[in-house]
Design a protein around this ligand. Structure first.
Ligand code: NAD
Ligand code: MLT
Length: 542
């Protein structure tokens, strides 16, 4: 039974759902970083929130760990390249806390506008001060939204309900969709920030968004603008914001998130007109229950059914699609394993996959990754799978490309793989007979029909009478049974290739005898998994 580690606070509904799905739960909420590396070696998956940080050191050589689920949106506390390199799928629960975070943003904006926090503090200090806290009305004001994804749009809709004008910037929101939502979109951040009375950011934290709202941009804004950050600490530069609040250029700010959490003795916390909460955007009973249930659902879907949902480092795939794709994945991986052995001793420069017919209509990206995994599998100490194969190839300067055409050739489905090496190309094509019978139908420029499994003796020769009998006799003498044989040739008497599927490993003497024959021009023994063997990757359906 797969085991899931709970590292951070997770709503009990999520734990129950994990157990109900048949998973073993190792609940170590609040586990210290020092213990985590060892515990990770004993689990198949981990669920975290924002408290736990998964560093490259923690993730390195975790042989059992297959999946990380972030119960929440931001995956900035997970080293994604490290997880991908280790072949670990990373997923998040993007939608569960959208509404709560949008509501928190609106609550922050309203509290800022009406000085709710300082007015309340003043009364609690025994005062009745009705002059110092005069606020501003939201209706008729302009709200700038930078980042119009789930939360940004949700905030925009609420602001429109409050009779605000909403302007925004998001490189991926089409003007048509924005118009439908009633948002005026601009082509850059500067055009947004210069015209708003309130500005809220809802982007992820990336190299591009770190310090997106900085001193330069604050200087361009209307004097007295109010800024809200319920996304990620540092999108609004903390030091620049503190200075702008001091100078009055920014009239007020509401900050839920910090570069370091807890922020410690941060000067920004002492700036005037600052309203702040300790990362509470998603902290509602409803949001926590939703993200916990969603986390349980996607991790059990993955560990029990090979389903990939909301993954941030691999294309999504449903359990049904994964199961339907199994034979094609197997075929692509076997072509990779075959060509890896054929290009042994040469420097691989690039690889190309060409999908024809039915294969072209499938998830070719995943099939290409399966081929790359096969190609690299034997060359790497670390485990190679469809999550990390292309990255590992790229890191080594091997370009893996693909092309697809739904037009059929001689076969209703065909994958042709070509590997370019420093000593020329090796190429092979495979097809699927029925639902699951994998066949090698071309090797180099010879067409044939060979089983793509087990021990394959590939020998190149001149097509002369008596050679098959000779080889049969050699293997018979050495008690090696030939299960299947396929020959490819262009014309009688010319160059040919044959593939023998053998039931056992031939001794070196048998191979030497075959090689000695004057009409044999080359032999190689290729080892592939047995027919029907399960795929070795974490993401294969169980
Ligand atoms: P999302 O992926 O749906 O939306 C993010 C949007 O930002 C996307 O539309 C993207 O195109 C846009 N974007 C990316 N780079 C941009 C740039 N340079 N300029 C403008 N737009 C850019 O994510 P979401 O669910 O809406 O979450 C938004 C943010 O809120 C994330 O940082 C997330 O981690 C954070 N979050 C915080 C809390 C909290 O408790 N405070 C809760 C949930 C989410
Ligand atoms: C998120 O990214 O989902 C939020 O920051 C909330 C959380 O910490 O879980």
């Amino acid at each position: 039974m797969p085991t899931v580690l709970i590292a951070d606070d997770l709503s009990p509904a999520g734990i129950q759902a994990l157990k109900a799905a048949g998973l073993t739960v190792d609940d170590r909420t609040g586990i210290k970083a020092a213990e985590l590396r060892e515990v990770l070696q004993t689990v198949d998956g981990i669920i975290i929130r924002s408290r736990t940080t998964l560093t490259p050191e923690l993730l390195k050589d975790q042989k059992r760990l297959k999946v990380i689920v972030r119960a929440g949106v931001g995956v900035d506390n997970i080293d994604l390249p490290a997880a991908t390199r280790e072949g670990i799928v990373v997923m998040n629960t993007p939608a569960g806390n959208t509404t709560s975070t949008a509501e928190h943003t609106v609550a922050m904006m309203m509290s800022l506008a009406r000085n709710i926090a300082p007015a309340s503090a003043s009364m609690k200090a025994g005062k009745w001060d009705r002059k110092s806290f005069t606020g501003t009305q939201l209706a008729g004001k302009t709200l700038g939204v930078v980042g119009l994804g789930r939360i940004g749009i949700s905030v925009a809709k609420r602001a429109i309900g409050l009779e605000m004008k909403v302007v925004g910037y998001d490189p991926f929101l089409s003007p048509a969709k924005a118009a439908e939502l009633g948002i005026e979109v601009y082509r850059n951040v500067d055009d947004v920030v210069t015209q708003c009375d309130f500005l809220t950011v809802h982007t992820p934290m990336t190299d591009e968004t770190r310090g997106l709202i900085n001193a330069d941009r604050m200087a361009k804004m209307k004097k007295g603008v109010r800024i809200i950050n319920c996304a990620r600490g540092g999108i609004v530069d903390e030091a620049d914001l503190a200075a702008a609040l001091q100078s009055g250029q920014v009239g007020g700010a509401a900050i839920d998130v910090f570069v370091n959490e807890p922020p410690g003795d941060l000067p920004l916390l002492k700036a005037p007109n600052l309203l702040t909460t300790p990362h509470l955007g998603a902290s509602t009973d409803e949001a926590q229950e939703l993200v916990a249930l969603e986390a349980a659902e996607i991790i059990s879907g993955f560990l029990m059914r090979g389903e990939i949902r909301h993954a941030v480092n691999i294309a999504p795939i449903s359990a049904a699609e994964m199961s339907e794709l199994k034979s094609s994945l197997d075929l692509a991986r076997r072509l990779g394993l075959l060509l890896a052995q054929q290009s042994k001793g040469r420097a691989v420069r690039s690889a190309n996959l060409s999908f024809r017919g039915e294969a072209a209509t499938k998830n070719t990206k995943l099939l290409t990754s399966a081929f790359a995994a096969g190609l690299l599998e034997s060359a790497f100490d670390e485990s190679v799978n469809i999550v990390n194969a292309e990255m590992l190839a790229r890191e080594r300067g091997v370009r893996v490309t693909e092309s697809a055409s739904s037009e059929t050739s001689d076969f209703s489905t065909l994958i042709k793989a070509t590997v370019e090496t420093d000593q020329g190309e090796v190429t092979a094509s495979g097809t699927i007979f029925g639902k699951q019978f994998l066949r090698l139908v071309r090797i180099g420029n010879f067409g044939l029909d060979a089983y793509l499994d087990g021990l394959m003796l590939i020998y190149r020769h001149r097509d002369v009478p008596g050679l098959i009998g000779y080889i049969g006799t050699v293997f018979g003498k050495h008690k090696v049974n030939i299960a299947h044989m396929a020959v490819g040739r262009h014309e009688p008497g010319g160059d040919a290739v044959a593939i023998l599927n053998l039931d056992s490993n031939p001794p070196a003497e048998a191979l030497e005898e075959v090689q000695k024959h004057p009409d044999v021009t080359g032999i190689e023994l290729v080892k592939l998994p047995a027919a029907g063997a399960a795929l070795p990757w974490a993401v294969s359906p169980r």
